[in-house]
Structures are given as structure tokens and as C-alpha cells.
Design a protein around this ligand. Structure first.
Ligand code: BV8
Length: 249
């Protein structure tokens, strides 16, 4: 996508909605980290196209072969630490400073929003900064290479697993309640870089608030494009900084 395409994208309505908003809720997905070099899930070359994800990102897969699952997550943890936040992440951190009541809920586990300076970040699907024991719940920080495969078995008899929410698992209750409340009270909702197919996270975009102005930033059509007020077909790292520049003029 060239710059010309972005200029054709009309950010006026979104900037006006943000300017008049007391409360803003943002939902991000792997697309906002694409320009940091991290693969998305469902796109070309995405993680769910190149791996047997059912065997890797599920409680059953972990029970069957914990070393294989950790090998995959260790590769991702290393990639996350090599990656840098991009202009899209930094723009959302600027937006948090500009809006009094701002909440960012992310489906990403790469910690790039926090590294870009976002403070109120709800990690709906967990994170890859630490492991958690399946038995006693003990937490163990992951270093740049993840968890040594020789340390999966925990002293209590349980196993250390990634602190990730897998399919069929509930999202962290307190995190979910805070995200739901923030989406419900928002005057403007910004959905960035998600295909909006995974629930209940995707519901935050359009199911908890029928008065907010909802905009999505995504080069592609998504499962919620028909339900948003404004679909901006552009890349996050290109368009978000322009939106903040216009907002702060
Ligand atoms: C649960 C962990 C219940 C693995 C992930 C209805 C209600 C509730 C649940 C369900 C439901 N229907 C179905 C379910 C079950 C399931 C679900 O949603 N299935 C879907 C697939 C149909 N949901 C669950 O199982 C959830 N749990 O509901 O539990 C429960 C309740 C109580 C008690 C017991 C059980 C758990 C969901 C979490 C699953 N874990 N990941 C891992 O990460 O290793 S999901 C996975 O998908 C990732 O977390 C990812 O974050 C998430 C969403 O993907 P996206 O981020 O959107 O990525 P994707 O590639 O799809 O899209 C990228 C987008 O970016 C694209 O649109 C692309 O165009 C765009 N893009 C690309 N470049 C750019 C860009 N955009 C902007 N700029 C760019 N430059």
C-alpha cells in the first residue's frame, strides 16, 4: 500500500469523534505488530497457516507434548524481544496521554504496547513474559530465550506452561471485566489490526456499546467491517501517527 492510498483515507470523522470523546476504548490485534516484523495469525505466512496450531496452542497439545509447545513459544518469545514497537504502538501511547479516560485491550502477547509506553493495557490473551505452574500457580519470569526445556516440570509435581489463554480457556476474569466496562462507557472505539474472529475479545468492538463511534484501522475487510461507523483501509503504523498529528494540531 503506497502513501497515496493512505491520503485517500478520510480520517476526518474519526479525528472529530476522538476530539469530542471523554472516554476512548481501543482493541488491538496482531496486525498492529506486523510492521514490527511479527507474523499475524491468519494472514499469508501467518502463525496459524505455518504451524499445527491446534497441537501447539491448546491445553490438549500441551498435555501431549509440552516440549514441542515450549519450543514454539520460546521461538515466539525470542522474536518478541528482538522486535521493536512501531509508530502504531507509539501513536496509541500518545492517544492515551491525550484522552483522560483511555483503555487499550490487546489480544497480543508480545508486550510491544507496554514497551511503547502504553500504561493502561489489558492483555486479554495473556503474555509471554512469564510461565505459570499448572498445579500450584507459581509464576516464573521468562528470559529472552523463553523457558529451558529441562525446567518444564515444577517441584510441586505440576508443569510450567505459557501464561497464554488458549482456545477453550476463559480470559482472565478481572481483565475481562475491566475491558467490558471500558468498552461500554466509551464515546469512541478504535479497532486496530484484528480480523475480529476470536471471541469474546472481538465482541468488545461492537457488542457492548450502541452509541460509541466505532472505527477500524485495517488494510483488509474484517468480520466487523459491516458494523463499524468508519473502516479505514490503511496500515496502523502509517495512519495512527497521522491521526494523532491531526488530533493534536
Ligand atoms: C473462551 C493464544 C470460554 C494462542 C489465542 C463465542 C463466545 C465465546 C467463545 C467463542 C465463541 N465462539 C467461538 C468461541 C471459542 C473461541 C473462538 O473465538 N474461536 C474462534 C476462532 C471461532 N474462543 C475461545 O476459545 C476463547 N475462550 O471463549 O472460553 C470459556 C468460558 C468460561 C470457562 C471456560 C471456557 C479464548 C480465545 C483466545 C484464544 N487464544 N491465542 C497464541 O497466541 O499462541 S487466539 C489468537 O487469535 C491470538 O491470541 C490473536 O490475538 C487472536 C486474534 O487474532 P488477530 O490478532 O486478529 O490476528 P489475525 O491474524 O486473525 O488478524 C490480523 C489482522 O491484522 C488482519 O485483519 C490483517 O488484515 C490485519 N493487519 C495486517 N497488517 C496490518 C493489519 N492491520 C493494521 N495494520 C497493519 N500493518
Amino acid at each position: 500500500m503506497g502513501a497515496a492510498d493512505v491520503i485517500a483515507v478520510d480520517t476526518g470523522p474519526l479525528v472529530a469523534a476522538l476530539r469530542g470523546a471523554r472516554s476512548v476504548f481501543a482493541l488491538s490485534g496482531s496486525g498492529i505488530s506486523a510492521e514490527s516484523g511479527l507474523p499475524t495469525f491468519r494472514g499469508v505466512g501467518g502463525l496459524w497457516r505455518t504451524h499445527r496450531v491446534e497441537e501447539l496452542a491448546s491445553p490438549e497439545g500441551f498435555a501431549r507434548d509440552p516440549r514441542l509447545v515450549w519450543t514454539w513459544y520460546n521461538e515466539r518469545a525470542s522474536a518478541h524481544r528482538r522486535a521493536e514497537p512501531n509508530a502504531g504502538h507509539y501513536a496509541l501511547a500518545r492517544l492515551e496521554e491525550a484522552i483522560g479516560d483511555f483503555t487499550l485491550a490487546t489480544q497480543n502477547v508480545d508486550s510491544l504496547h507496554r514497551r511503547a509506553g502504553s500504561r493502561n493495557v489489558l492483555e486479554l490473551h495473556g503474555d509471554l513474559r512469564e510461565a505459570r505452574c499448572t498445579q500450584c500457580g507459581a509464576r516464573r519470569a521468562l528470559d529472552a530465550t523463553g523457558l529451558p526445556l529441562t525446567e518444564i516440570e515444577h517441584a510441586c509435581g505440576g508443569r510450567l506452561r505459557p501464561n497464554i489463554v488458549w482456545f477453550g480457556e476463559p480470559l482472565p476474569a478481572a481483565v475481562w471485566r475491566e475491558a467490558e466496562a471500558a468498552a461500554a462507557r466509551a464515546d469512541a472505539i478504535l479497532v486496530v489490526g484484528t480480523s475480529a474472529v476470536v471471541y469474546p475479545a472481538a465482541a468488545l468492538a461492537t457488542r457492548y456499546n450502541d452509541r460509541a463511534f466505532v472505527a477500524e484501522i485495517n488494510p483488509e475487510e474484517t468480520a466487523i467491517s459491516v458494523r463499524v461507523d468508519c473502516a479505514l483501509r490503511a496500515r496502523a503504523a502509517e495512519l495512527l501517527p497521522r491521526i494523532l498529528d491531526k488530533l493534536q494540531r
